[in-house]
Every structure is written in structure tokens, then in C-alpha cells.
Design a protein around this ligand. Structure first.
Ligand code: NDP
Length: 330
């Protein structure tokens, strides 16, 4: 395993981490979740990602049970939660001091840990002043309930405000962002966030590196019955790949698969190695419905060196979505 610093913090996370969205409690029961988490941990994964909203809390309960039963030293792994969607009532959602605090306490109970290593604002909250959220996170850190706080899918402007508020008021700034980043979604990460990496040393824990599995190439001949895009409740996700843009993306995966095969790797490995190539990626959060997927995907670490400048150019030609460079008027 390779370990990378979470931005400018001193925390070194495994380059591949493991998350539970969709899978825990839906596709993976306790035994299967245990199998995947143990496999990941034994391979050197030291960060497990979760959120209050995943399976309405059941995902954190499962992860907490696996962690408790495993008896892993608390100083050998990191676990996260995310706050935003905790329930239907006004006090159960968003980033008010009230919900940020209640959600942290509830996650600690479900995960059966004394503190969260990473705690994320799952989305920006238009109704709560950013200063209130920064103060709430700072307080949890002061209380020892959270070590590092961060955001997920915040705009560069919202993050800049959070950094400014923290600085003005001597509060703890965010350490990391959790954005979607993969061969189909690059603009914000590669362009908008650049000043945040440079000016604040922001770390990143990136999600859906395989675009929910599409970048494995397995949707090139339709939608396999036992795959995420065919799961009940995820019709919204499938619909992204039945329109014209989605069909074009799937067509690109056919070409990416051919390129991967010519390099003696799988399409999933190529897509994951491509994420690892970006030095602003602190950790790539893997998702898996089977331990075999984790096993295949983690071998992408060995494939990074095969992505030479020439191969990277071939990938650019296929995906044809490189963000425009920031103009330099000097
Ligand atoms: P991916 O894009 O990597 O998708 C993972 C899914 O793809 C698997 O569950 C599996 O689904 C399929 N898959 C993975 N590897 C293979 C393989 N080798 N062959 C065939 N199919 C494969 O990641 P996720 O979308 O799961 O995101 C990873 C993590 O990121 C989440 O668990 C969560 O922790 C975090 N996340 C955070 C978000 C946020 O808003 N902050 C949003 C989304 C995720 P199947 O077998 O069912 O087809």
C-alpha cells in the first residue's frame, strides 16, 4: 500500500480507502461487509468512509460492528461520518450547530468509537451561515470528538469563505474536501480547486472513482442484472446512462477497455490508476459489492507506472473532456 498525506495535515491515509455507500446493508450483510473490510485492512487500507445518511444509519451500525468485532487497535485505522441528511425534521438536516452536533453524537454511537477521525459536511447548506458550521466543527474538535473536519461537494467559493472565516476567528479550517472525481467528472477538481490546493494545502478523499462502476466497462452491452445501475431505488442513476450523454460515456468505456487490455490491465484498474496519478488526490475511496472487486481494484496501484505521458494522452483523446487551462496573461 502507498500512503499519502491528507493535504498539508500530518495524517497519512492509504492511497485506496473503502466506503459503504449503496453497498452496506443493501448488497452487503454483516458477513460480507466483514469480509470486504478485513480484506481491505489486511491490504493496508487505513480509512473507512461512511455517512449518517447511508442506509439511514444502518451502514454505520454495520461498520461499527465489524470494527468492534475485529478488535483492531484504534490507532491503526481512520473512520469518517458525514452530516447533512439525518431525517425529515428541520433539526435533523443541514449544517446548523444543532444538527452538526447531534449527528456527530449519533454517528459515534452507531460506529461504536470515541471519536471520528474525519467528519464531513456532506453538502453545502444555503440556510446556515458558513461561520456557524465552522464554529460547530471547531467545537467538536476542541471536545476531542472529531480530529479533522471537511466538506463534500462544496464550491471553491464556499470553501474559500470557510477558510477565511476560520482564519479571521482563529478557528480550525477544513482539512479536506470529498468531491466526485473520475474520468468523466474533472472540471471542479482540476480547475476550480487548484487555488485551494495551492493556497490552503487542502486534502481530498475522492468518491465514485469508477463512476458507480460504469468505468469498469461492464455496461457496454446493456445493464447486467446484478449491478448498481439495475438496483431498485437507483433508477435516477441509471437514467444518467440512458440519455445521449450517458450513451456517449458508455461508448468511451469501450475504447478505454481496449486501451487497458493493450496495457495488460482491466478497465477498472486503468480508471483507478488515472485517479492515483493526480498528486492532489489524497485517497481514492473504493466501493465494492464483492471482495473480488476490491482485489482487482487494489492492484491498480501496481499499474500507475504504465500510465506514461503517451498513455495519458491516449486517454485524453478518448475521454475528450480536459478542462481548459486557467489563462495566464503574463
Ligand atoms: P465506484 O465508482 O468505484 O463504484 C463502486 C461500484 O462499482 C461497486 O460497488 C460495484 O457495484 C462496481 N464495481 C467496483 N469495482 C468493480 C469491478 N472491478 N468490476 C465490476 N464492478 C465493479 O465508487 P462508489 O460510487 O461506490 O463510491 C465510493 C465511496 O465514495 C462510497 O462508498 C462512499 O464512501 C463515497 N461516496 C461519497 C459521496 C459523497 O457525496 N461524499 C457520494 C458517493 C460516494 P456493483 O457490483 O453493484 O455494480
Amino acid at each position: 500500500m502507498e500512503y499519502r498525506k491528507l493535504g498539508k495535515s500530518g495524517l497519512r491515509l492509504s492511497a485506496f480507502s473503502f466506503g459503504s455507500w449503496v453497498t452496506f446493508s443493501n448488497q452487503l450483510d454483516l458477513e460480507k461487509a466483514k469480509e470486504c473490510m478485513h480484506f481491505a485492512y489486511d491490504q493496508g487500507v487505513n480509512f473507512f468512509d461512511n455517512a449518517e445518511v447511508y442506509a439511514e444509519g444502518k451502514s454505520e451500525e454495520l461498520m461499527g460492528t465489524v470494527i468492534r468485532d475485529a478488535g483492531w487497535g484504534r490507532d491503526t485505522f481512520c473512520v469518517s461520518s458525514k452530516v447533512f441528511w439525518g431525517g425529515e425534521k428541520p433539526t435533523q438536516m443541514g449544517l446548523s450547530k444543532k444538527h452538526v452536533t447531534d449527528a456527530c453524537h449519533a454517528a459515534l454511537k452507531r460506529l461504536q468509537v470515541d471519536y471520528l477521525d474525519l467528519y464531513f459536511c456532506h453538502r453545502p447548506d444555503q440556510l446556515t451561515p458558513i461561520e456557524e458550521t465552522v464554529r460547530a466543527m471547531h467545537a467538536l474538535i476542541q471536545q476531542g470528538k472529531v480530529l479533522y473536519w471537511g466538506t463534500s461537494e462544496w464550491s471553491a467559493q464556499q470553501l474559500t469563505e470557510a477558510y477565511a472565516v476560520a482564519k479571521e476567528n482563529h478557528l480550525t479550517p477544513p482539512t479536506m474536501e470529498q468531491p466526485e472525481y473520475n474520468l468523466f467528472n474533472r472540471e471542479r477538481f482540476e480547475k476550480d480547486y487548484l487555488p485551494l490546493f495551492q493556497n490552503y494545502g487542502m486534502g481530498t478523499t475522492i468518491w465514485s472513482p469508477l463512476a458507480s462502476g460504469v468505468l469498469t466497462g461492464k455496461y457496454s452491452n446493456g445493464f447486467p442484472a446484478d449491478s448498481r445501475l439495475n438496483m431498485p431505488g437507483y433508477e435516477w442513476l441509471k437514467s444518467r446512462y440512458t440519455n445521449e450523454e450517458g450513451k456517449q460515456r458508455i461508448a468511451k468505456t469501450v475504447k478505454l477497455t481496449q486501451l487497458a487490455q493493450s496495457l495488460d490491465m482491466t478497465s477498472a484498474q486503468l480508471a483507478l490508476a488515472w485517479c492515483l496519478k493526480n498528486p492532489n488526490v489524497s485517497t481514492v475511496i473504493l466501493g465494492a459489492s464483492k471482495v473480488q472487486q476490491l482485489s482487482e481494484n487494489m492492484r491498480a496501484l501496481e499499474k500507475v507506472t504504465a500510465l506514461t505521458p503517451d498513455v495519458m494522452n491516449q486517454i485524453e483523446v478518448i475521454v475528450a473532456n480536459r478542462p481548459e487551462a486557467i489563462p495566464d496573461f503574463m
